[in-house]
Design a protein around this ligand. Structure first.
Ligand code: PLP
Length: 393
C-alpha cells in the first residue's frame, strides 16, 4: 500500500462537478482579481468564524504582515511568539522591522506557554503572536489575560486552524486579529496562495483593506487617518473623469499588493460549505488513531476539554524520529517531519543571539514529532494499515 501524507487530488475529484463550472463562469466573467466573489467569500468566512470583518489577502504570510502593521507594530518593537511553528510566523514579525522574541511551548499542546510568554515581556513588547499549531488552539484565555495585563495586542496565527474551536468560539475570533492561510495543504485551501484576516475591530479592518491594495483610494485615505496621519477634510470625491481625483491613483502610505484572485475566492466559497464535514472526518481519523496507536511506544496528541482541534496535522512523538520516518516510508506510509528546526535556531535568526538549549521543550519536540496522514479522504483500509504499520515499528 502507498499512502501519501496528503492527497489533494481526492478532494478535487470529489468536488470537481461543482468546482469546474464555477471556475469556468469566473473565467468568462472577466473579473479576475478581487470583485464580487472575493467580497462574498469575505462575508461568508466572517460569518463562519463569527467575527465582524474578514479581509482576504494573497497569502497567510501577508495576512500576518498586514495584521502586525495594522496593530501599529513597527521597527524596534518586539513581538513574542512560539519557536515551534512554520517560518512565516517569525518571518512576518521581522518583515515589519520588529524583533521576534521566542517563548517556549507547552509539552502537551505544543502551543506557546503563557507563563513563559509573560516572562519575555519588556517595555518594547508591542504584541503577542500565538500559533494554533497543527490546528490545536493555544490557551487563549491565558494568553489574552497576560496580554491585557500588559497592554499588548494579540494576533492569532490561525493559518493551520480553520474551523478549530476554543471554549465554544472559533479560532480567528479569539483575540484582536486572526490570520489564515489557504495554501493547498490547509484544511480550507485554494488552488494557489491565499489568506485571510479576521477581526471585530472595524478600524483594523479598514487599515487591512487599504494595506492589501497599495493604500490607495478612499480606503487608503481612511486608513491613513486611522494610523495617525492628518485627516484631510478638504478631500472631496470628484467626477471620475477629472484629471485630479484624490481617490484615484492616489496612495496614502507604502503598503502591499496582496489581493485575493477571484478564481481562488470561487473555489474557497465552494469548499467552505464542506469544511465542517471535512474537519469532522479528520477528527474521526484522529480519534481512531488515538484509540489504536500504541501508547507505550508513542506519545499521542492529548485532547483537552477546552479545545476542538481541526486536526490540520495528526502528530505523534517518538525518540526514534529518523528511524520511524524511514521505516514508514519503506512501508509506503507518507509522513512529514513538522518541524525539524525551531525558530530560534534557524539560520535566518542567528543574529538574535539564541543558542541550543534556550527552548528545551520546543527543541525536544522538534527531535520527536512526526505527522501521519489524517486527511479526510483516507479510506478505512488505509486507516487500519497506517495504525497497524505504526504499531509494528
Ligand atoms: C503556522 C503558519 N503560519 C503562517 C503560514 C504562512 O501561510 P502562507 O503559506 O499562506 O503564506 C503557514 C502556512 O504555510 C503556517 O502553517
Amino acid at each position: 500500500m502507498n499512502i501519501p501524507i496528503l492527497d489533494l487530488k481526492r478532494q478535487y475529484n470529489m468536488l470537481k462537478k461543482e468546482l469546474e463550472p464555477a471556475v469556468a463562469d469566473c473565467m468568462a466573467s472577466g473579473v479576475y482579481v478581487m470583485g464580487e466573489n472575493v467580497a462574498e467569500f469575505e462575508k461568508e468566512a466572517a460569518a463562519y468564524i463569527g467575527v465582524k470583518n474578514a479581509v482576504a489577502t494573497g497569502s497567510g504570510t501577508d495576512a500576518l504582515v498586514i495584521s502586525l502593521r495594522a496593530c501599529g507594530v513597527k521597527e524596534g518593537d518586539e513581538v513574542i511568539t512560539t519557536p515551534f511553528t512554520f517560518f512565516a510566523t517569525a518571518e512576518a514579525i521581522a518583515a515589519v522591522g520588529a524583533v521576534p522574541v521566542f517563548a517556549d511551548i507547552l509539552e502537551d499542546s505544543l502551543d506557546i506557554d503563557p507563563e513563559k510568554l509573560e516572562a519575555k515581556i519588556t517595555p518594547k513588547t508591542k504584541a503577542v503572536l500565538p500559533v494554533h499549531i497543527f490546528g490545536y488552539p493555544a490557551d487563549m484565555d491565558a494568553v489574552n489575560a497576560v496580554a491585557k495585563a500588559h497592554g499588548l495586542y494579540v494576533i492569532e496565527d490561525a493559518c493551520q486552524a480553520m474551523g478549530s474551536g476554543y471554549k465554544g468560539r472559533k479560532s480567528g475570533a479569539l483575540s484582536d486579529m486572526g490570520c489564515f492561510s489557504f495554501f493547498p495543504t490547509k484544511n480550507l485551501s485554494c488552488f494557489g496562495d491565499g489568506g485571510l484576516i479576521t477581526t471585530d475591530n472595524d478600524d483594523f479592518a479598514v487599515i487591512c483593506r487599504a494595506m492589501r491594495a497599495h493604500a490607495g483610494g478612499k480606503n487608503g485615505a481612511e486608513a491613513y487617518a486611522l494610523m495617525g496621519g492628518k485627516k484631510d477634510d478638504s478631500i472631496k470625491e470628484v467626477d471620475s473623469g477629472a484629471l485630479y481625483n484624490p481617490y484615484k491613483y492616489y496612495n496614502y502610505f507604502i503598503a502591499y499588493n496582496s489581493r485575493l484572485d477571484a478564481l481562488q475566492a470561487v473555489i474557497l466559497r465552494i469548499k467552505l460549505k464542506y469544511l465542517d464535514g471535512f474537519n469532522a472526518k479528520r477528527a474521526a481519523n484522529a480519534a481512531f488513531f488515538n484509540s489504536r496507536l500504541d501508547r507505550n511506544k508513542f506519545k499521542l496528541p492529548v485532547p483537552s476539554g477546552d479545545v476542538t482541534p481541526c486536526w490540520h496535522q495528526y502528530v505523534i512523538r517518538t525518540e526514534r524520529k529518523e528511524d520511524f520516518i524511514a521505516y514508514l516510508s519503506q512501508k509506503g506510509v507518507g509522513t512529514a517531519a513538522y518541524y525539524p528546526v525551531p525558530m530560534h535556531l534557524q539560520k535566518a535568526f542567528m543574529g538574535l543571539g539564541y543558542k541550543k538549549g534556550d527552548m528545551p521543550i520546543a527543541e525536544k519536540a522538534c527531535s520527536q514529532t512526526v505527522a501521519l496522514p489524517v486527511f479526510p479522504e483516507l479510506t478505512e483500509e488505509e486507516l487500519h494499515y497506517i495504525a497497524d504499520t505504526v504499531n509494528k515499528f
